[in-house]
Design a binder for this molecule. Structure first.
Ligand SMILES: Nc1ncnc2c1ncn2[C@@H]1O[C@H](COP(=O)(O)OP(=O)(O)OP(=O)(O)O)[C@@H](O)[C@H]1O
Length: 324
């Protein structure tokens, strides 16, 4: 569905070159649900805009849904749906009219456009809102209308740029229910960007982590977490001396890494935390070291990002939320 080689985009800002996307090599097969995950400014939207023909690449190639983005952008556009960050609907237009107009823009006759609008109103649970203007819809309803608009021409490949940003948890869950149902019923390939770690983790079968314009990891979320992060084991002891001893013991267990002792607390990472913890506790008990509490936390995609870059994605997420 998508094949890129060396896809690159630079911007010139006041004689300075910004390397927004640097040599993207990706292959997405039919039916996949892929998420681009990365901090602000990583190059997610620029990548998506090149793949959807909204922005010409500086160099490299991209074939999307069988058409080249540079030599045949119209061919690409006919085959894809794109739901950008802003709403595609006009404030003062009725929901049903927006859908019919979109159908007409894609060359449907009047009756066919009405029929398709009715279908989409039903699929996205917008029927009760059909005669309302877009301005009166809630954030979640408006996002569902955006998706309906992007689906009018039945694209086999759908691009979603931060589909649930700004929605409350209830509306996010509702939106995802609709997206996943559409995918199940039509086998649509979906490529999305998100800065919600939990969303990428729960929804995407494959996550491409982008940082400074490059893909630094590309795999199923479970695999990324198991291979790159490992479980975080925390053990609380009865004092500093016990913690130092516990850190020594932990450091000798195979596959254990990043052992740190701070005050009475020892933390470490290990691929199989639930198995490492009993082994650690047994050895400490035999040594007469008292453990007062212990915990194993499964890794998150933020731990993956941290282990790859030394930075936390969550921090950039918080900064963004506070700045919004
Ligand atoms: N039109 C533009 N002109 C100049 N620089 C741009 C332009 N669009 C993007 N950039 C720069 O390219 C880099 C990548 O931006 P991009 O919007 O792709 O990041 P992103 O990962 O989508 O970030 P966000 O999560 O904030 O949307 C940034 O440094 C950004 O400032």
């Amino acid at each position: 569905m998508i094949h890129t080689r060396g896809l690159t985009r630079r911007f010139m800002i006041k004689k300075e070159t910004v390397e927004a996307v640097r040599g993207l090599d990706i292959d997405v097969e039919e039916g996949e649900l892929v998420a681009f995950l990365g901090p602000n400014g990583a190059g997610k939207s620029t990548s998506l805009r090149m793949l959807t023909t909204l922005l010409p690449p500086t160099s490299g190639t991209a074939v999307v849904a069988g058409h080249d983005v540079v030599t045949d952008p119209a061919g690409v556009r006919r085959r894809i749906g794109y739901i950008g960050q802003g709403s595609g609907a006009g404030d003062n237009f009725r929901v049903v009219d927006e859908l019919v107009t979109q159908g007409r823009c894609y060359g449907l006759g009047r009756a066919a456009a009405r029929e398709r609008a009715a279908e989409l109103l039903a699929v996205l649970d917008l029927e009760p809102l059909a005669t309302r203007t877009a301005a009166t819809l809630s954030g979640g309803q408006r996002r569902r209308l955006d998706i309906a608009l992007g689906l009018v021409h039945r694209p086999g490949l759908l691009f979603l740029d931060e589909p649930s940003t700004g929605l409350d948890p209830h509306n996010r869950a509702d939106l995802w229910e609709h997206i996943l149902r559409l995918r199940k019923e039509n086998g649509t390939t979906i490529v999305m960007t998100t800065h919600y770690l939990d969303e990428a983790d729960a929804m995407a079968e494959r996550v491409m982590i982008i940082d400074h314009g490059r893909i630094i990891a590309d795999d199923a979320p479970e695999k990324l977490k198991a291979d790159l992060a490992g479980d975080l084991v925390t053990v609380v002891l009865d004092g500093e001396a016990s913690a130092v001893r516990a850190a020594e013991v932990a450091g000798r267990i195979p596959h254990v890494r990043e052992v740190t002792a701070e005050g009475a607390v020892v933390t470490l990472r290990a691929p199989g935390g639930p198995a490492v913890l009993p082994e650690l506790l047994r050895t400490l008990e035999a040594d007469g070291v008292r453990v007062s509490a212990a915990e194993v936390r499964r890794p998150t995609l933020d731990d993956v990002f941290l282990s790859l870059t030394g930075r936390s994605l969550r921090e950039t997420d918080i900064a963004r939320t506070e700045g919004a």
